[in-house]
Design a protein around this ligand. Structure first.
Ligand code: FO1
Length: 307
């Protein structure tokens, strides 16, 4: 076991796999989660990136699907459909319990950070998961059909509309979660999990207090590339990176994280392109970054802990 104070910036499926690897390799760490994909659905507050981290570290996640609880059923959703409601967002029955609990706690005046720590305690998770902010911060995609929330773009419209830009609504006034800031400032190592930079990591860094804490921290800062060659490992990263004017390559990821990270882990297949990353004044290490089983998750966690 390697004992260092580790903070992981996380959002989405790739991140969840690395979190599972980190859990196996180092007992305690703090996750600072994206909240830009949070939204209201059927009167419930849904926090997909917080929840995939919770479910993963509680051993409940449907990690291959990338969201929700393994083996969940969809009775509530079917009944909502029978009542004529829109059910394009597949909330499982057990997953709904999470959103009911969270929504009720918010209605009682509790903050998202405190509620997330309550989940950690009640689901017996020994790591800490914190949202980057308690405030409302939402990723909106500017499309040919007009601006739409990330979930409306990705899930309802299958990521199909043409994209012209991305906005992090609310980021200007969003206050960084205080324990997340403290953890970043005290960290020995900050790991940027492999995730779509545009929809998972940049929204976290759009919170001024988080960005400053990362920049100020004396920690070794390591990012895992979510791209191999010219292809993102999963999801809509390619389309969204191109929409903000960068090509989906490890070098572009380096440019987006410049000044924030010391080194990027790139895949061994990209070894010949290492100089492109280094040209962005970011260090590069190569190794096997694809996670297709528990062993490769642990292997990548070790690389991220040692790079
Ligand atoms: N993604 C989908 O592509 N389709 C879904 O129906 C869907 C449901 C869903 C329910 C709960 C949840 O926490 C996440 C869910 N996701 C679904 C994933 C989510 O849309 C995004 O992949 C994340 O927000 C990106 O990190």
């Amino acid at each position: 076991m390697i004992e260092v104070k580790v903070v992981a910036l996380a959002g989405g499926t790739g991140s969840a796999k690395l979190l599972r690897g980190l859990k196996a390799e180092t007992g305690s760490f703090t996750v600072v989660s994206n909240v830009g994909d949070n939204f209201w659905n059927h009167g419930l507050y849904v926090c997909p990136d917080v929840d995939i981290a919770l479910y993963t570290l509680a051993g409940l996640a449907d990690i291959e699907k990338g969201w929700g609880i393994a083996g969940d059923t969809y009775n509530v959703l079917r009944q909502l459909a029978a009542l004529g409601e829109e059910t394009w967002f597949n909330l499982g029955d057990r997953d709904i319990a999470t959103h009911v609990f969270r929504t009720e706690q918010l209605a009682r005046g509790n903050r998202l950070g405190d509620i997330t720590l309550m989940f950690c305690e009640r689901l017996k998770i020994s790591q800490r998961i914190l949202p980057c902010t308690d405030d409302r911060l939402e990723t909106y995609i500017d499309t040919e059909l007009g601006p739409m929330h990330l979930q409306e773009f990705w899930v309802k419209n299958h990521g199909e509309p043409g994209v012209t830009g991305v906005e992090y609504r609310g980021s200007d006034g969003a206050k960084a979660e205080s324990r997340a800031v403290e953890a970043l400032e005290e960290a020995d190592r900050i790991i940027f999990c492999p995730a779509n930079p545009v929809t998972s990591i940049l929204p976290i860094l759009s919170v001024d207090g988080i960005r400053r804490a990362v920049a100020r921290s004396k920690a070794r800062k390591v990012a895992v590339s979510p791209v191999i060659g010219d292809s993102p490992i999963s999801g809509p990263a390619g389309k969204l990176m191109r929409a903000i004017g960068v090509s989906p390559t490890a070098a572009s990821v380096a440019r987006l994280y410049k000044g924030m990270v010391d080194v990027i882990l790139i895949d061994a297949a990209d070894e010949s392109r290492r100089h492109e990353v280094e040209a962005e004044e970011v260090g590069a290490r190569s190794g096997s970054i694809l996670m297709n089983d528990r062993e490769s998750e642990r292997g990548l966690a070790r690389l991220a802990l040692e790079a």
